[in-house]
Every structure is written in C-alpha cells, then in structure tokens.
Design a protein around this ligand. Structure first.
Ligand SMILES: Cc1ncc(COP(=O)(O)O)c(C=O)c1O
Length: 380
C-alpha cells in the first residue's frame, strides 16, 4: 500500500530554525511551544528531537493532558513543562499530576495563586505567573501586583520561578504599534515592582515569534527567556506588509504531499464534482488524494496549486477524500496519474502564499491536518 497524503517533517529544518534563533539571541534561553501536537507536526517526535539534538530543556503546552503525554512518553529525559492556558487547577486529581509529574501550571488569576500558596504540598513548588499586560485574555491584573507581592511574602516566598506576559500584536511592528509599546512598558513596570520589593525573578519572558523576529525580549533587554512557537516550524509570524521588519529567515519544517489519483481532459463548460462547478476553459483535471477528511478545508476551494511549473486551481467543492485541480490544457502531457503532488513545502514561500490566498494563517494550516495524514520524519 502506498501513502495517500502525508506531512513530511524535516527535522533538519527545525535544527536550522533553532540555530538562527540562537544566533539572534545567543544569551537567551528558549522555551519551545509544542502545544496542539507540536503545531500539527507531532509533539512527541518534535520535542524528543528538540531535547536530544538541540538541547532545549523547557517546553510549553496549552493543556494538562498535553503536558502529561509529554512527560509520560519522554520519561527517559529531564525537562520542564509549562501548561499555559487550560490548567484546571481546581480539580484535585490535577493538583496531584502537577505535583507528582513536575508539571508547572501558569497561574493567571489570584484564586489559583491562593490555592498554591495555601496548599502545603505546593510549599516548595515553582511559581509561574502570567500577567495580562494588554492581551485581555488570561492573566493576572497588573493592578493586583502589589497585593500579589504581599501574598508571596506572607507565605515566605522570596522568588518567582517564571514571570510571564504575552503580546497580542507581535505580528505588527514592535516599536510603533501602540499596544506592543504599552505591553512592553507594563511588563517592565511589573518586573520592577517585584524586584524592588525584594522578590527574585528567576526567569522572565514576554516574546512570542513576531517579537523575537524583531529582536525584542532578549537577555540584553532584561528577559531570560523567549517563547517561540510558529517560527521554530519555519514560517514568519509577521503580517505580509511587515515582513521587512523581521531578522529571521526560517525554513518550513514540513511539506504536505499527496498524489494524483487520476487525470482527465475537460472542455470549457464541463461540470466538475459536487455542485457541478463549470470549467471555465479547456484543461486537464488532476484528482488529488486529499480532502476535508484529512483536514483540507472546503475553504481552500479556488486556491492555486503548482505542479511541474504549471499553475492549477482547486475547482469545485473540496470533497471528504479528494480535490479536483484544473490545469491549462498545455499541461496535459506533464501532469500524470500516480505522481507525488506537493501542496506546500516545495518552494520558498509557497505555504505563506497558500495561507494568504485561502485567508487562513500558517498556524491553522498546520493544526488543521487530521490524523489520517501520517507524519513522516526525515533528517536531510
Ligand atoms: C503564552 C504563549 N507563549 C508563546 C506562544 C508562541 O506563540 P508563536 O507561535 O506566535 O510564537 C504562544 C502561542 O500562542 C502562547 O500562548
């Protein structure tokens, strides 16, 4: 049996992307975001490679179950895991998991902090807190910072393991976007309040990919860590009009490959597939083995795909298992059944082009792929 569609993950490109980041910020530690199954690339192989080959020791998940999976499947390795959003600290069994499996919940409200401080089992447990400096999603209120410092001191805590904030607008310029400037200033003020009050901040971080790409949030600016997600997987996180602001040139770690089930010639006016979309010109149709059952959304209909230098268009509705791509008739002798067809990852920029054309974002393209698309790993 040969493959239908597959996501070929070239771990060597992960190595490349990490090396570029380390060149940009040699003194700054990396907390690598591997949530959502390593942005769709397979959390376990990605994290194992990052640990054993790149030496990364800190990882970020969104949920406690992701973190538990990471801990259980990589139990031969030593590393820190943070749970950033869905920490569910209110459930007794979760508290037990955090304690016994050494998983760090990122505290984002005062009641969670009170719980940690008042529970004897958490007495020596690392405290990681996230402040809402302007994202307005999760996070402690900066106005509560003096009260939080007092709470820590009253419980004999003299240090914070990691103090965090998160940019809402890192895809925009860091120096001129008002929200970015506001969030940076706010985080500096919060850190100062803590340190002026005698609380040691062992680690601090604010920068996600867009900010890192613009050289913001490194050790020389007062933070110990950066938290790259998307850029580790290759694409820029900057909006297309601001890519000239970035200093990062990554390599997309994956290519999405499928194959041509069959080809046939059509005349202008021929109806194609569900809904009977009319072919606007004579051409050759390639039927590809990918559809929404693989996570290839119906919204991708009308987008352009390329094969052997010819431009085709996804014509008619995306099916559960297939798509039809209409090529010009000149491609007739070149687009052949059973050939491998690469949707993204063949040429520099093709993923971004596809994401712009389909009005989606690279994050979503990656994360949408379903388990029917096997992830295959390469090192070349
Ligand atoms: C708290 C936190 N830090 C870092 C990241 C990484 O962001 P990016 O993938 O844009 O680098 C995320 C992702 O959403 C996040 O939620």
């Amino acid at each position: 049996m040969k493959f239908r569609s597959r996501l070929v993950v070239n771990l060597h490109n992960l190595h490349h992307n990490y090396s570029v980041i380390k060149k940009m910020a040699p003194e700054t530690e990396v907390l690598f975001m591997v949530k959502a199954d390593g942005y769709g690339h397979g959390m376990i192989p990605i994290a194992r490679y990052a640990m054993t080959e790149l030496g990364i020791k800190e990882f970020g998940c969104a949920t406690i179950s992701e973190a538990l999976k990471l801990r259980e499947e990589l139990n031969d390795l030593e590393f820190d895991i943070y749970v950033f959003s869905d920490i569910q600290l209110e459930l007794f069994e979760n508290a037990d998991i955090y304690l016994k499996r050494r998983i760090i919940p990122v505290i984002s409200n005062v009641s969670e902090l009170e719980y940690i401080l008042h529970t004897p089992e958490f007495k020596n447990f690392p405290i990681c807190m996230k402040f809402n400096t302007g994202m307005n999603r999760l996070g402690l209120d900066p106005n509560d910072a003096p009260r939080i410092v007092s709470m820590l001191k009253n419980h004999g805590r003299t240090s914070v393991h990691h103090l965090i904030s998160h940019y809402a607008n890192a895809s925009y310029p860091m120096d001129t976007n008002e929200r970015n400037v506001f969030q940076r200033t706010r985080f500096l003020e919060i850190k100062k309040l803590f340190t002026d009050s005698g609380i040691i901040l062992e680690r601090t971080s604010q920068s996600n990919s867009g900010a890192i790409e613009q050289n913001i949030g490194f050790k020389e600016h007062g933070d110990t860590h950066i938290r790259p997600g998307l850029m580790m997987y290759g694409p820029t996180s900057l909006l297309s009009e601001y890519t000239n602001r970035g200093y990062f040139k990554g390599k997309v770690v994956s290519s999405l490959e499928t194959y041509i089930i069959r080809t046939f010639e059509v005349k202008a006016g021929t109806p194609i597939g569900y809904g009977s979309t009319i072919c606007p010109h004579d051409g050759v149709v390639a039927v590809l083995a990918i559809g929404y059952g693989d996570g290839f959304s119906t919204r991708y209909g009308g987008a352009h795909l390329y094969h052997k230098g010819f431009e085709g268009v996804i014509t008619g509705r995306v099916n559960m298992d297939m798509i039809q791509v209409l090529f010009p008739i000149e491609a007739r002798d070149h687009i052949l059944a059973h050939e491998i067809f690469t949707i993204w990852g063949k040429q520099d920029g093709d993923l971004l082009k596809f994401s712009e054309e389909t009005k989606t974002i690279p994050y979503e393209l990656f994360c949408s792929l379903l388990p029917r698309v096997p992830r295959v790993y390469r090192l070349d």
